[in-house]
Design a protein around this ligand. Structure first.
Ligand code: NAD
Length: 340
């Protein structure tokens, strides 16, 4: 059965979703909606057969539409997703899922009640390097993960309605939650708004886990260099993921520090630094967004749970909300609460 998809929001990211859903054999984008006429004209030029509309109302009352994809700014996600689910449509929401934990919970409950697929656009969990990192961590090759540090820095692109943590950190958080099977318990976050008042453009976040581990996430729109780098420090080996590397995105370093098993005096105490080889595993090449769109269609067809389900979207928003609260308290630890 061919599924008819409507995409709401055709700014920077929406056209990528239209292109990828259209490239799949089991679905077709039949309606594109945007509040801006310029964007609709752009879409019409790219896809002459696409119906373009400026108000989403007609999508929700259209019985031929099976699934709705929401790629508007975050402040509109909740209302549009609520209307979509109420109208009985499977719903895909771009990251972050919504502006608050309460909104996410309501959407999650509604999707469950209606038996509909609700998925969030955590694109990186569909990417070849992140899938490979999960495989390596799960295999135990790195040993127990001691900590993770992540940096996502660039000059811009400034957003008006959300701070840099809500814009960029959903990527790092969704990757970390996917790769580590640990439960986050609290967040510390400090940041500063240098350019737009009240909108932090630099944030440093620490997520603390129930097993005592932690990860740090640095997000910035105010940095001269574009950096997309994550380091996973294991007890046995260390892994560096640089998403800007064209081929060797993952490097595994056979490096570690060992304490002496026993010592009598401080003079006997010597750390042992282990320096081994570095290797870069082979990665299959495919477009993560195409994989993500295919996964949404598969989940609808097979009624299976998505790896970036509404529940995963809620977890990310819980961490972001705790980070916002911590920002107000100048970095104090804020508890995440029950992760749903
Ligand atoms: N998964 C990813 O890697 C990724 C990358 C970039 C952006 N995003 C997400 O995609 C979403 C959109 O981001 P963007 O950068 O494309 O934003 P954007 O501002 O470039 O585009 C948003 C579009 O939505 C339209 N719009 C706003 N409200 C609307 C409404 N009620 N009805 C119809 N159209 C409406 C606007 O006119 C605009 O054209 C955000 O949630 C963002 O976080 C995800």
């Amino acid at each position: 059965m061919m599924l008819n998809v409507a995409v709401i929001g055709c700014g920077y990211w929406g056209p990528n979703l239209v292109r990828n859903f259209n490239s799949l054999s089991e679905c077709e984008v039949t309606i594109a909606c945007d509040a801006s006429n310029d964007r609709l004209l752009h879409m019409q030029k790219l896809y002459p057969h696409l119906k373009t509309i400026s108000n989403a109302d007609a999508i929700f009352s259209d019985e031929a539409i099976d699934a709705v994809v929401i790629a508007t700014p975050v402040q509109f996600h909740y209302e549009l997703a609520l209307r979509s689910l109420k109208a009985g449509k499977h719903t895909f929401i771009e990251k972050p899922m919504a502006s608050s934990v309460a909104e996410c919970r309501e959407l999650l409950d509604l999707a469950l009640e209606q038996g509909l697929t609700l998925m969030v656009g955590h694109t990186f969990v569909y990417s070849p390097p992140v899938k490979k990192i999960k495989e390596i961590v799960d295999s135990g090759d790195l040993g127990g993960i001691q900590y993770v540090s992540s940096r996502r820095l660039n000059l811009g692109l400034y957003q008006k309605d959300i701070n840099v943590a809500w814009d960029l950190a959903p990527h790092d958080i969704s990757i970390i939650l996917y790769v580590l099977n640990d439960t986050p318990v609290s967040v510390n976050c400090q940041g500063k708004a240098h350019i737009s008042r009240g909108v932090e453009d630099v944030c440093n976040m620490t997520i603390n886990f129930s097993n005592g581990g932690f990860c740090t996430i640095q997000s910035s729109w105010l940095d001269p260099n574009k950096i997309r780098e994550m380091t996973f420090v294991g007890e046995k080996r260390m892994l560096v993921y640089n998403d800007l590397e064209p081929i060797e995105k993952i490097k595994i370093y056979d490096k570690r520090v060992e304490k002496p098993p026993h010592y009598d005096t401080f003079a006997d105490f010597h750390y042992s630094y282990h320096y081994g080889d570095m290797y870069s595993p082979y990665l299959k090449q495919f477009e993560p967004l195409k994989e993500e769109c295919q996964h949404f269609i598969d989940c609808i067809k097979t009624k299976s749970k998505s790896i970036s389900s509404g529940l995963e979207g809620l977890k990310v928003v819980q961490i972001l909300s705790a980070a916002s609260e911590s920002l107000k308290q100048n970095g104090a630890a804020v508890s995440i609460g029950d992760l749903g």
